[in-house]
Design a binder for this molecule. Structure first.
Ligand code: ZN
Length: 487
């Protein structure tokens, strides 16, 4: 097994990954809240943890990857007050809440498929696990770290922290400051302290997503779903919990508190967080209104976009940065990614038709291990890409007959590219999808008809074909061995 180092947000250092159960990995990643279209900010965690999932599988682990769908209970801005995002959208659009959730889930899946993000092993819905969440809330109450207030249940942060002394450890927040500097509670508040968060909320009459519980007809707090579903599908303690950095507080901090209140320890051994995508230095997000949806990238239909960008350009753009670095969106950066991606695909194609020599003038043995070393160093995809670019350069040099490679070395390069470009980084050759074969077949047929027309001196037909193809951007070149075409 490869010695994989991953950065554990909880310990603030890179640690050697050792799974709780040999050869098996349990991994939980916070999935989307399905009340709107996925944007570039959603693509990053999906791609980051897709690469981790792919790499762990590649190096021989059996991975159970759980990524939830938040279709209930995620409240806007203040995690405790306000209205459920999905219920609000449903009310605005006069739809059944589950209709909204299903619609956006479908669209999320379609966008992820285009980005070549593999589906997780289990994709549980929060709304399908209300009983598990109620049981969790009851457990926390039984342990003495939650209280009921007017039909709602709140987590008692102060009491919890006095006992376990770890609230704020993940996010680096100082809990004493949070407890003492938060605004005075007015007499209306149900909470004992502003730092307390809802485990269960009593539904107001106009709230349309509601379930029966021992405390009220209501709905679970946002943080309970991941604790309940992570435990259900991965056990009391699992290996990796991932998500975007923006989820560290309050979401993941609260997940740790909920789990610790029940069983004395947090949910997982390693916490992993991807950094944000910024736009003019500001986080890209729905609540900030500065986001570009994935479909808008794919069509180019947004005022900030100078052109359309293919799914693989987006994927390559994200992989060009280390997942813990911020990435700033710009058209220039995306165009550079587009070039880089096509350079790699072109090199792969050139590699397939390289002529082998009797001996190699260069050594290619190191590339494979270099790529593994980069991946093992906390998934350093930009370094992997730089090694692949070195390989691309070498491939072009051999193609220009300025260096030589044996068949065995050519095969070695093919193996490295197959593994790291396609299997691990999950890139896909967009130009050579099934359409290419179809276009090629159609072009052969058209050029055949044209050749027959020319043989019959039917110049009108042969010119008509050439001009029509020209109008479509297809150049026909007549050579000694017949006509060829270029798109
Ligand atoms: Zn979560």
């Amino acid at each position: 097994m490869q010695p994989l180092l991953i950065y554990n947000t909880l310990s603030h250092q890179k640690e050697l990954f050792t799974p709780l159960t040999p050869d098996h990995v349990g991994m939980y990643v916070c999935g989307p809240t399905v009340y709107g279209d996925g944007h570039l900010g959603h693509a990053r965690p999906a791609i980051t943890f897709d690469v981790l999932f792919r790499y762990l599988t590649h190096i021989g682990y059996k991975v159970r990857y759980v990524r939830n769908i938040t279709d209930v209970g995620h409240l806007e801005h203040d995690a405790d007050e306000g209205e459920d995002k999905i219920a609000k959208k449903a009310r605005l659009e006069q739809l059944e809440p589950m209709e909204v959730a299903q619609y956006y889930t479908n669209r999320y899946h379609a966008a992820m498929d285009r980005l070549n993000v593999l589906r997780p092993s289990i994709e549980p819905l929060a709304s399908g696990h209300i009983i598990e969440q109620i049981e969790l809330v009851q457990k926390i109450m039984d342990a003495g770290f939650a209280y009921e207030s007017n039909g709602s249940v709140y987590f008692d942060v102060r009491k919890y922290h006095e006992h376990f002394k770890n609230y704020g450890q993940l996010s680096g927040r100082v809990i004493d400051e949070m407890l003492s500097t938060t605004r005075e509670l007015d007499g209306q508040s149900e909470k004992r302290d502003t730092a307390d968060f809802a485990l269960w909320k009593k539904a107001s009459p106009e709230h349309i997503m509601r379930w029966r519980s021992p405390w009220s007809v209501g709905f679970p707090g946002w943080h309970t779903e991941c604790t309940a579903m992570g435990t259900k599908y991965l056990g009391e303690l699992f290996d990796i919990h991932g998500g975007g950095m923006d989820l560290m507080f309050p979401h993941h901090e609260s997940e740790i508190a909920q789990k610790t209140a029940c069983c004395g320890h947090g949910p997982c051994k390693y916490w992993m967080h991807n950094n944000m995508i910024t736009i003019n230095g500001q986080k890209m997000g729905k609540s900030l209104g500065n986001f570009i949806t994935l479909d808008e990238f794919f069509t180019g239909n947004h005022k900030l976009l100078q052109q359309a960008y293919t799914p693989m350009t987006i994927r390559f753009f994200i992989l060009q940065a280390h997942y813990r670095s911020t990435v700033d969106f710009s058209n220039e950066a995306l165009m550079a990614a587009e070039k880089g991606y096509s350079r790699l695909m072109q090199a792969y194609k050139t590699l397939q038709r390289l002529q082998p020599s009797k001996s190699s003038s260069v050594d290619v043995k190191e590339y494979r291990q270099k790529c593994y070393d980069a991946m093992n160093d906390d998934l350093n995809t930009p370094i992997v890409i730089s090694h692949l670019f070195d390989m691309a350069k070498l491939i072009n040099t051999v193609n220009d007959r300025k260096a030589t490679l044996t068949q065995a070395d050519i095969d070695e390069l093919k193996g490295v590219m197959d593994t790291f470009v396609f299997e691990v980084m999950g890139l896909r050759d967009e130009a050579s999808s099934d359409n290419t074969a179809l276009i090629d077949g159609l072009m052969k047929m058209i050029l055949d008809i044209r050749a027959t027309a020319k043989a019959n001196k039917d110049w009108a037909t042969s010119d008509k074909i050439r001009d029509a193809l020209g109008a479509l951007g297809v150049t026909v070149k007549d050579g000694k061995d017949g006509a060829t075409y270029e798109l």
